[in-house]
Design a protein around this ligand. Structure first.
Ligand code: MG
Ligand code: MG
Length: 613
């Protein structure tokens, strides 16, 4: 399928937008009129620039408030149209988007609308131009796609067809199934946008919250399936109005957009019964099976080692070529890298390793989805490590740890002999990692983890923090072997201080009470939880007096869902990082989100007591 995008979806000047769209590999563009009006390029220059970038100008838009009007308004509309046709001829654009009339002057008369649109199509035909009529969800009299189609059908002009826009259809909860009854050659254009479910005025929702397919909650895939069933063979074109994308770097947004289309096409092919790669473009996804490691970048050895030691980790080896130490406990591995440049905020979570049955195939897919593949900086005898960069800069490594048929990254560590009497604690593996996203890359990040790694997104949550609101969305494999919590502080929260953008590594304990006691015995600080929390917990749940006392005594937090219970506690924060110790009892699926406000408040209180660092 041809892939196209509206210039309004990106930030910058028209020239910037075209460059970014071309670089991301699109076939065409919709030129948004305001972008042209504000540009110092003539239509001929825009046409040449687009052609040089390999871009067809698929659509010129929008032409507003034309149909179903009194004769004097019609005359003015036709005059306006002639000017647009002239601009389009200079641009080399052969299709004009006309959206349904929102003006109070519009008359509720389908026959009149059809007659006037037919007239417009007749004028357009003289210029070799086609009219694509789109029902806006807030059109005055025409606000659903089937109504627009009835008018187009009645007008019966070869140069008049409909433009379908997934947002306008799905936001209104209009059943898209009837799309299948529209002849494919009368669907002149298909615009795609997703959006999060938000109970708000549809016009405001559309202008500010549209996002790329796969980043919201609408079934864009299902709609595309209906459209393709009609025989439609025009472009899939993204048209997104989004406050964040308007500000983010155009190159990056264009890549994010392309990634969303590639993932969408794959999903359409999959639902159509083909294999996952039936779309032809993408190598199939390789599901990760667990965490191989979490890597902390630390300015120097120190508090991180002390905390790991107190948790029962053993320093298992030192990398033969880099200042990286491997700490192990069960299948949980933490790499402490003191070789990376010291960030201003102390230790940070710089990389995660994921176990995958086929690291090379994982990288191939990531690359096809435009993830930057990291150069392999390794010594001649080191095991190959395949890695890509996630949108927030986290390095994601694909590993096969200690398998006989694959060289293991752990071979690069000279194994220390375990100190005599070293104990093994209760930690069994990494349960999840929580990565804080820059606010303008949050949707991009969730699409990245979903499409590149095949992780399933869970509901988006809002968590109150004493100084703002935190947005959080988890993504995970079906079996929970890999879970990533993506967090973002709302704009303005924390005054832009990145050191407050905490990250954490959650370690699963088979016996969290023993782990908490072990921390205590080692004299290691854990996050103090206020008594008020425990008073409230007793009000919410009857866990028996002994258990309530134990939770309070050890500073354990508690949550439950339909499937089981969750116990957790936190270490002190070091730089931007802390550890969370968790125990899932039964099939608990969450992340203790109900306790996040208490945790955030306690962390802020602790930071404030210590004063600025
Ligand atoms: Mg539209
Ligand atoms: Mg957590």
């Amino acid at each position: 399928m041809r892939r196209s995008i509206a210039t309004v979806s990106l930030s910058g000047t028209l020239a910037d937008k075209l460059t970014a769209i071309g670089a991301a590999g699109f076939d065409g563009v919709e030129i948004f009129e305001n972008d042209l009006l504000g540009s110092d390029m003539s239509p001929e220059e825009v046409r040449r620039r687009a052609a040089d970038l390999g871009l067809a100008i698929d659509l010129y838009q929008p032409f507003r408030d034309f149909e179903a009007v009194p004769p004097d308004v019609l005359a003015a509309g036709l005059r306006r149209a002639e000017h647009k046709f002239a601009v389009m001829e200079r641009l080399g654009a052969a299709r004009l988007l006309v959206c349904s009339n929102v003006s109070p002057a519009a008359i509720d008369d389908d026959a009149l609308a059809a007659e006037q649109l037919g007239l417009l199509a007749e004028r357009a035909a003289e210029h070799g131009i086609e009219i694509a009529y789109e029902a806006l969800a807030w059109g005055r009299h025409v606000d659903d796609y089937f109504h627009a189609w009835r008018i187009v059908r009645a007008a019966d002009h070869p140069n008049l067809g409909v433009c379908l826009d997934s947002f306008h259809i799905l936001a209104r909860d209009v059943d898209p199934y009837a799309i299948r009854t529209i002849p494919g050659d009368k669907i002149f254009f298909l615009q795609l946008a997703d959006a999060p479910t938000l109970p708000m005025d549809v016009l405001y929702w559309s202008r500010h919250y549209r996002c790329f397919p796969g980043q919201g909650d609408l079934d864009v895939t299902g709609l595309v399936e209906h459209v393709l069933r009609t025989g439609y063979d025009g472009p899939l074109s993204l048209e997104v109005f989004n406050d964040i994308f308007r500000q983010a770097a155009a190159m990056r947004t264009a890549q994010d957009a392309m990634r969303s289309l590639l993932a969408l096409e794959e999903e359409v092919a999959r639902r159509a019964g083909g294999s996952a790669s039936a779309g032809g473009a993408l190598p199939p996804p390789v599901a990760p099976t667990g965490f191989a490691f979490a890597e902390l970048a630390v300015p120097s050895d120190g508090p991180v080692g002390e905390v790991l030691d107190a948790l029962g980790f053993v320093r298992g080896g030192r990398h033969t070529g880099k200042p990286v130490e491997l700490w192990e406990q069960g299948a949980a591995r933490v790499l402490v890298n003191s070789g990376s440049a010291e960030g201003p905020d102390g230790p940070a979570l710089g990389a995660i390793g994921l176990e995958t049955p086929d690291p090379a195939a994982s990288v191939k897919r990531a690359e096809a989805l435009l993830a930057p593949v990291l150069p392999r900086l390794r010594g001649p005898r080191e095991a190959p490590l395949d890695a890509v960069a996630a949108p927030d800069g986290t390095e994601v490594f694909f590993c096969r740890t200690a398998r006989p048929d694959h060289s293991s990254w752990t071979d690069d560590f000279a194994r220390d002999r375990r100190p005599a009497g070293a104990t093994t604690g209760e930690i069994t593996h990494i349960d999840h990692v929580a990565l804080t996203q820059p606010w303008h890359h949050f949707d991009e990040a969730s699409l990245f983890y979903r499409s590149v790694l095949g992780l399933r997104p869970h509901d988006s949550l809002e968590l109150p923090d004493p100084y703002g609101l935190m947005r959080s969305r988890a993504v995970s494999t079906e079996d929970g072997g890999v879970r990533v919590a993506l967090n973002v502080a709302y704009v303005g929260a924390h005054d832009g201080r990145y050191d407050l953008a905490w990250q954490h590594v959650a370690l699963a304990s088979a016996d969290i009470v023993a782990t908490a006691r072990r921390m205590r015995a080692a004299g290691a600080a854990t996050l103090a939880v206020p008594d008020n929390y425990y008073d409230d917990l007793e009000a919410r749940y009857d866990l028996g007096a002994d258990r309530h006392l134990l939770l309070r005594e050890l500073g354990l937090l508690y949550d439950r869902d339909d499937c089981g219970e969750f116990l957790h506690f936190y270490t002190a924060t070091i730089g931007r990082v802390f550890f969370e110790i968790v125990q899932r009892l039964g099939g608990y699926r969450g992340y203790g989100a109900a306790n996040a406000p208490v945790r955030l408040a306690a962390q802020h209180a602790r930071r404030t007591r210590r004063g600025p660092q």
